[in-house]
Design a protein around this ligand. Structure first.
Ligand SMILES: Nc1ncnc2c1ncn2[C@@H]1O[C@H](COP(=O)(O)OP(=O)(O)O)[C@@H](O)[C@H]1O
Ligand SMILES: [Mg+2]
Length: 256
């Protein structure tokens, strides 16, 4: 089949499978945060996709909860991240080179957790590297450029985080995540760091207009800046002029 036709038919089948996914609505309901830690701690949760709006605590939880005494490493992907950053490579040493493991290889050897933030950015290079890594433990194998083949030690876990539903990931990657967790509001421990009035305002925006909700980072920054700038200017600096004014008015109204 000529290349153009092949590409066309491939893109048609991708479209059809996307439609099917949407019809089946495979996205889970929102998972309560209390369950997230338990899922991460489960020995069966080898590959986890954790998604939801920005700034709710996904990366934080992936770094801290359900680890027991496992080591953890995190990496944020960009479209330019090469597979070598995950796998490792030959580094100059003296007059020669020595092999240095990347975070995935270290995680596989030590039975640790690897957090991959913004996984939807994975390039085809990174995808080709990740596919065998994310297989079930019986089949996951990685052959390094040094010729060494490694298998995942018990406890090895990949937790990927992003803002998009899983059906927006490339099909082969999507297929390898055995647990999918959706969160849509800020983690209670993150909220607990806010003053009661800011916490209430944050929760109200998440409830009333989730699409305009402000990342918990914004509320934390407002709380800090306020001491030096006063509430009105802090709102403006953190949230921008228009949104900042709305937040300031809402806070004043709630205080009245
Ligand atoms: N469980 C938590 N306990 C304390 N602070 C938290 C917690 N979760 C999030 N935060 C705070 O909120 C910020 C944003 O959380 P992060 O995990 O980076 O969000 P996301 O990955 O969902 O975009 C963190 O840098 C941290 O300061
Ligand atoms: Mg994050």
């Amino acid at each position: 089949m000529p290349r153009k036709m092949r590409e066309k038919s491939r893109s048609k089948s991708r479209e059809a499978s996307r439609e099917k996914q949407q019809k089946l609505d495979l996205s889970p309901d929102t998972t309560p945060w209390s369950l997230v830690g338990r899922v991460l701690a489960s020995r069966f949760a080898r590959t986890v996709y954790l998604w939801g709006p920005p700034g709710v605590g996904k990366s934080y939880v992936a770094m801290h909860e359900g680890l027991a005494d496992r080591p953890v490493a995190a990496l944020t992907l960009t479209p330019e991240t090469p597979a070598a950053e995950l796998r490792g490579g030959w580094m100059p040493k003296g007059s020669g080179f020595e092999w240095r493991d990347g975070p995935i290889v270290t995680g596989m050897r030590e039975g640790g957790r690897v957090v991959l933030n913004e996984v939807a950015y994975a390039s085809s290079d990174v995808l080709a590297f990740l596919h065998p890594v994310l297989e079930s433990p019986e089949t996951a194998r990685l052959t390094l450029p040094s010729g060494e083949t490694i298998e995942p030690a018990p406890g090895f876990q990949v937790v990927a985080t992003d803002n998009c539903p899983i059906d927006q990931l490339p099909e082969a990657l999507r297929d390898r995540f055995r647990s999918v967790i959706k969160v849509d509001g800020p983690h209670p421990d993150a909220l607990a760091r806010l003053r009661p009035d800011l916490r209430e305002a944050a929760l109200r925006t998440y409830d009333l207009e989730p699409e305009r909700a402000i990342s918990i980072r914004g509320w934390l920054a407002l709380q800090e800046f306020e001491a030096d700038l006063g509430c009105e200017d802090a709102c403006r600096v953190v949230f921008g002029r228009e949104r900042g004014e709305q937040v300031f008015k809402a806070l004043r109204l709630a205080a009245a």
